[in-house]
Every structure is written in C-alpha cells, then in structure tokens.
Design a binder for this molecule. Sequence first.
Ligand code: DGL
Length: 259
Amino acid sequence: MKHRNPIGLFDSGIGGTSIWKEVNALLPNENTIYLADSKNAPYGLKSKEEIIALSCKNTEFLLNENCKIIVVACNTATTNAIKELRTKYDVPFIGIEPAIKPAATQSKTNCIGILATKGTLNSDLFHISVRNHPEVKIVEQIGHGLVQLIENGDINSPEMIELLESYLQPMVEKNIDYLVLGCSHYPYLIPQIKKIIPSNIKIIDSGEAVAKQTKNILTQNNILNTSNEDATKVFYSNSNPEVLENILEHKEKVIYKNF
Ligand code: DGL
C-alpha cells in the first residue's frame, strides 16, 4: 500500500535533519528514510552539473527503497537541481528554498540579510526570488566554512564563532531586521547566532514551511499515512555516522552505507 511507503529525505550531510525534525514533528506516523551524503559535503562549492548528478544518485537510492515522495532537504540541491529531478523522476518532490518572501514582506527597515552557500546564492532560482522583491535591500553573505565545521561536529568551536561574527556583524551594521538562514545546516547555529546579533533581528528558516508543504502534497496525492502502526525512521550516512547520531541527540540509530 503506497501510503505506508516511506518519505525520503536527502541532504549533502547532517543539516537536513533540521528539516527531518520538522517533518517528523508534523507527521509522526510517517515512515521516513534520511540520506546524509556527508562523503560529498559540501555541495555548496560544487558545479551545477555535479550537484545535479549527486541529487540524482541520492534520489535513485531513495526510490530503490520505495519512497513515495522525496524531500530535498538541502537549499543548494533544490536551487540547482529540483527542475531536473522533477523532469527525470515520476514522484512528487518537495524542495527547500531560502525564506526571502516572508522576510521581505515583513521587513520594517527594508533591509534583510541572507546567509547561504555559494551554490544557492549563485543559482538562477535564488536570483528569481531576489528579483521578486525590489522593494527591499538584500544583503547576501556566503557562509564559507560553516557546513564543513558542522559536518566535523565543531559547532561550538572558536573558529565557528569567529566566522559567524565576521559574516553577521556587517549585516547588523547595514540595519537588517530579518536574517534568513538559507542552508538547512544553519538552524543548528541559532544559539551561537543569537549571541552575536541584537534580539530585534528575527531569524527565519524554511523547516516548518517544508513540513507543511510535505503534508499538503501527500494529502493531495492521497498518500498520507493514516495507519496507527509504529513508524520506522531510518538514517543512512556514507561518512561519520556518529556526528549524525549526535545531531539527532542519540534518539535514532544511524546505519553506515557506502552509497
Ligand atoms: N544543507 C545544505 C544546504 O541547505 C548544505 C549545502 C552544502 O553542502 O554546502 O544548502
């Protein structure tokens, strides 16, 4: 029965678990399979062609596991590859894009900041969402090095704090009132970010919106899991399963798989 088939999620690494947590909170009785392609992280420095090839590889892995829907839990993969994925595979895809729209429409200073990977900020999809909001100034900042530190489990390292200060301080000086986290790894940095920026600057990410959209699309396609059976949550990593287990607070087991 298709409605019991799992939801598949993938990311370049452990960051997409920030999306998995939102999906799991909204849809706890769905079976899920999460794929962390940590061996190939970061995607943000790769070419569009490489990101498309890796996204296809991850999708095929999840389709072989009979996933009924794929959540691309990575802004870089979404902004560079979702069009090709939707063309190539006959399954619904949910993507994640930086939350420019809610920030731009609510900004009072007419100036918002976005922290994302080079691959996301250079993508056509991102440029389109920027062009849709000429009324606000958008301060773009590439989060060089952040994904690698998170993948290494160095979230609280002095190097992380130093990098964040160097990226965020100039945005604060430009009078942003919203900070958009345009990478699914970055919600794990919110405690550190809050120590750097003033409390009147609102931080937004797209996790909750992705979870709601996943539920909508499952409902529309009539494949929402309405059974009361215990759900199975599977996590695969092709590098550092322990870092993935740490980010999941050891509540879930991670299987090492060389995909
Ligand atoms: N989590 C990915 C994103 O949302 C990180 C990309 C990377 O590996 O550079 O963009």
